[in-house]
Design a protein around this ligand. Structure first.
Ligand code: ARG
Ligand code: ZN
Length: 878
């Protein structure tokens, strides 16, 4: 039990800061055990704020204060007070220079917030509130200051010393130590502060911006990874060019630094001029990284780069506005990835991710608006809702405005708010002004939690050739807040004729049709009707093309309609979506009535897609991938863990048996003995081949097992090796153990590959998986102190293995909570993420519900939980 409930912070309580900080000069004497931080702050009263009690309260946690002076006069004990989370200075002048000196202990920092040690290097993570663990400061994003950073450290242990901005003079201090100075000319909030010290390998490249600025690009990695940097560097240059072309945004410093660290809580961090990355999103070589890893790196490198404008030059006024930078930046990285690869496949992956992660969040106990209005621990709000749903909101704005007005709007935003800390309203106002549209109602999207549903009905009038679509929006009720009113929703639709061709679209109140293809209908009220005229026969509607809004569509398609759309729709996304809807329908039927025959045409449509040489192989692979067990569970009133598994396995088996010949042919036709290439075609062919392998291995016989073993042994690239290993592990027995041993022996020195080795075992659907996972906790390579390692074993099992985590015995739940209790005192951020494996507890049968609740209560009654875990547990229990 939390002794005193931690306070809730509310958006409505926002007040401008009473004091501002114009300049910060930091001086670090770095040492893993004890680092000394001296900060000189130029502070003044904020003319725009109301006067308080005259005291100044600076944030600070786990700091040992050694020295404190105002305008060079050390303060007496009566002039200040040190609290666990603050330093309070009594009656300060209106303008003054504050010097503080504190001691901190990086090597003891297991939370990985603030300054910490990763391997032999020292690095920082300050977002959201880590800077207060480095020095006393106004740790809030609307306090923007110029920073200079002086780093002093042992020259042999830490030859590389990095901080934000441009490099200044460096110096040998003669006593074995050296000094480096960095100056950041751009005012920034302290969450963007960073430093790195280490013995690192450097890869250098250059980039000339559109206006001719020369930028030195430098990637820093631990020396053994020197040959895994090429892809990250190439991705960075592509991202820099793309942002110039698509948004007119150029880079603004002389250097752009990226450091890969092996201990990192999240993906990466956009610190000004000095991005710090989880090594997972930097390092790649064809034999160590899968296609998904490569794409992930490209996306995250771009994401952090794009933050330089959407996040750094323009930042958030307060943390409730987090989606201002994250939603927009995710939208930007998604579009970049779509431009670099296959647009359909990229969109499908993004939407699958949204549906698998954000939809459940939005319907469960942790649901919150894209702009939350209250939090206990802000780190709990780096969520799929703030990021991915936030990106969908920006996407809808771009769709509603069209490319030209959207670009005018973003140009205006960058011009008007450069150097400021702003709100979501400020962003929307620029888009509204540039487009002449009233976007007031759109703000409801930021305030309204829950996934809206669109109920679509249609009506065909043969005599007049008129087709009427009626769309009703329904916003699920949430207990504690009234509906915000109807949402503006762009619905991209097409109408298909009997041959599958797009029809021209002629709305009744318009003089002429728009050309055959897609058009965006807008919903502004609870119910809207659209009358299409001039049609020769009843069309088949293709709704919400490209997933033009983050909603669920309810329309009564027949099985035959879905087969038709899956094979004919000109919108690749909707071909996939039709296949998903149909598969979902069959699978859920299979759960309740296991022996229902497959509708005619289903296997046939599968066969046609498999063998359709004209279509993008990547898209075909997506269409032929069945929805996951967890996604199916989310579609049920009560999740039937075993029933879903059984139904899904049965359908896979039927497909595998019926289409064995085609699957084998597809497998063979898409083998590519050439060098690894990262083109959409090459990626798509690997995906299709490995999909065929997955089906074939389901009914594994000697022939397919041999194929799989050969693929594993060939070491063509990590994509193929992992695909083969996955099914060898699933096959079990000696084959599995041999493959796992061989893999581990080969890769035991490469941490990211060892993570895959743990992950693949945690993912296994075999019935002894929990036992295996438990014994892997004692493996020489397992450690709770590396977040990637922890996620690969514990995270994968609890969050991605529905069948085994939710074993009816409840053993998975006990296992999870044991780990959370072990982890919480050390790394509360990661502990709070893990607890979310129990967030859907109310959706399960009574037995499991009881078992999960029991474990949640066990947590709730633990003394001294972190704020992070407390908040998640308290909300989950409700
Ligand atoms: N701003 C970073 C990104 O989106 C994420 C950092 C989140 N860190 C945290 N501790 N909550 O790229
Ligand atoms: Zn981000």
């Amino acid at each position: 039990m939390y002794r005193n409930t931690p306070p809730t912070i509310h958006l409505k309580d926002y007040r401008p800061p009473e004091f501002l900080i114009d300049q910060v000069d930091l001086r670090f004497e770095l040492d893993p055990d004890t680092t000394q931080v001296e900060a000189t702050l130029a502070i003044r009263r904020n003319p725009a704020a109301t006067r308080g009690d005259g005291n100044l309260r600076l944030d600070g946690e786990q700091l040992e204060l050694e020295y404190l002076a105002i305008d060079d006069r050390p303060l007496a004990r009566s002039e200040y007070r040190v609290e666990p989370e603050a330093l309070i200075l009594r009656r300060v002048p209106d303008r003054f220079r504050l010097v503080t000196r504190v001691r901190i202990h990086p090597a003891r920092n297991t939370a990985l917030e603030g300054l910490y040690q990763s391997g032999s290097m020292l690095c920082t993570q300050c977002e959201a509130e880590g800077f207060r663990r480095i020095t006393y400061f106004l740790d809030r994003p609307d306090v923007m200051a110029r920073f200079s950073t002086t780093l002093i450290a042992d020259r042999d242990r830490f030859p590389i010393l990095l901080a934000n901005g441009n490099p200044g003079p460096s110096q040998d201090l003669g006593d074995g130590r050296h000094l480096a100075r960095w100056d950041d000319p751009f005012p920034k909030p302290c969450y963007l502060f960073a430093l790195v010290a280490g013995d690192l390998h450097q890869v250098e490249d250059r980039f000339t911006t559109a206006s001719g600025r020369e930028v030195s690009l430098r990637l820093f990695v631990e020396p053994e990874h020197h040959d895994q940097c090429e892809h990250a560097m190439r991705s960075l240059k592509k991202a820099m060019r793309w942002d110039e072309e698509r948004y007119g945004r150029e880079y603004d410093l002389d250097v752009y630094l990226i450091v890969a660290v092996s201990h990192f809580n999240m993906g990466a961090m956009e610190n000004k001029g000095l991005n710090i990355f989880n090594a997972k999103y930097v390092l790649a070589r064809p034999d160590t990284a899968t296609d998904q890893d490569y794409l992930g790196i490209q996306g995250v490198i771009a994401h952090e780069y794009f933050h330089n404008w959407t996040g750094n030059r323009i930042t958030c006024r307060d943390w409730f506005q987090l989606s201002l930078k994250e939603g927009f930046t995710v939208f930007r990285d998604q579009e970049f990835s779509a431009d670099m690869g296959s647009r359909d496949v990229t969109r499908i992956a993004d939407v699958r991710n949204l549906r698998n992660r954000q939809f459940p969040e939005d319907s469960g106990p942790l649901a919150h608006p894209v702009r939350p209005d209250a939090y206990i621990e802000i780190n709990n709000f780096y969520t799929a809702t703030v990021y991915e749903k936030g990106a969908e909101l920006v996407r809808m704005l771009a769709t509603l405005l069209g490319p030209d007005a959207f670009r005018r709007g973003t140009d205006l935003y960058f011009a008007r708010h450069d150097g400021q800390a702003v709100t979501i309203e400020d962003f929307i106002a620029c888009l509204a002004e540039a487009s002449g549209r009233d976007l007031g109602p759109f703000l409801r999207w930021y305030a309204q939690p829950g996934t809206p549903e669109l109920e679509v009905r249609d009506q065909w009038e043969d005599e007049t050739g008129t087709y009427r679509l009626t769309i009703r929006q329904r916003i699920p009720a949430t207990s504690d807040r009234p509906s915000s009113g109807p949402l503006p929703i762009p619905v991209a639709v097409g109408l298909l004729d009997a041959k599958g061709r797009d029809l021209p679209l002629h709305l009744a109140d318009e003089p002429a049709p728009t050309p055959a293809g897609t058009r965006v209908l807008e919903l502004h009220t609870d119910e809207t009707s659209f009358r299409f005229v001039g049609l020769a026969a009843r069309p088949i509607p293709s709704l919400l093309r490209g997933f033009s809004a983050p909603v669920k569509v309810r329309y009564d398609y027949s099985d035959q309609d879905l087969v038709f759309l899956m094979t004919h729709d000109s919108d690749g996304f909707n071909r996939w979506d039709a296949a998903q809807s149909l598969a979902q329908r069959l699978l859920l039927q299979g759960v309740s009535e296991p022996n229902t025959p497959l509708p005619s045409g289903f296997i046939d449509a599968f066969r046609r897609t498999l063998t359709d040489e004209d279509a993008d192989p990547g898209l075909r692979a997506e269409i032929l991938t069945l929805p996951s067990e967890a996604y199916l569970g989310d579609q049920m009133e009560t999740v039937d863990v075993e029933g879903i598994h059984r139904a899904r396995e049965t359908l896979i088996g039927q497909i595998a048996t019926t289409l064995r010949a085609e699957l084998l042919a597809t497998y063979r036709a898409n083998q590519d003995p050439g060098p690894y290439r990262l083109t959409p075609l090459a990626i798509g062919r690997r995906a299709l081949k490995n999909l065929a392998l997955a089906y074939l291995m389901h009914t594994s016989d000697d022939e397919t097992l041999a194929l799989c073993q050969a693929q594993f042994a060939a070491h063509q690239n990590m994509t193929d090796v992992m695909a083969a290993l996955r099914w060898l592990v699933e096959a079990g027995g000696e084959t599995a153990d041999q493959a796992l041993d061989a893999f581990y022996r080969r890769w035991s020195d490469d941490a990211l590959v060892v993570d895959k080795w743990f992950g693949i075992q945690a993912l296994s659907q075999r019935d002894d998986t929990l036992l295996r996972v438990e014994s892997l906790l004692d493996h020489e390579a397992f450690t709770m102190t590396n977040p990637n390692r922890l996620r690969s074993l514990v995270g994968t099992f609890c969050l991605m293995n529905q069948l085994r985590f939710h074993a009816a015995s409840g053993a998975g739940y006990v296992f999870l909570v044991d780990r959370v209790l072990e982890l919480d005192p050390k790394n509360p951020q990661i502990a709070a993420r893990l607890v979310q494996a129990l967030a859907q507890w109310r959706r399960f049968d009574e037995t499991r519900r009881g078992l999960m609740r029991g474990q949640l209560e066990r947590l709730f009654h633990t003394p001294d939980l972190s704020k992070d875990v407390y908040e998640v547990v308290a909300k989950t229990l409700g």
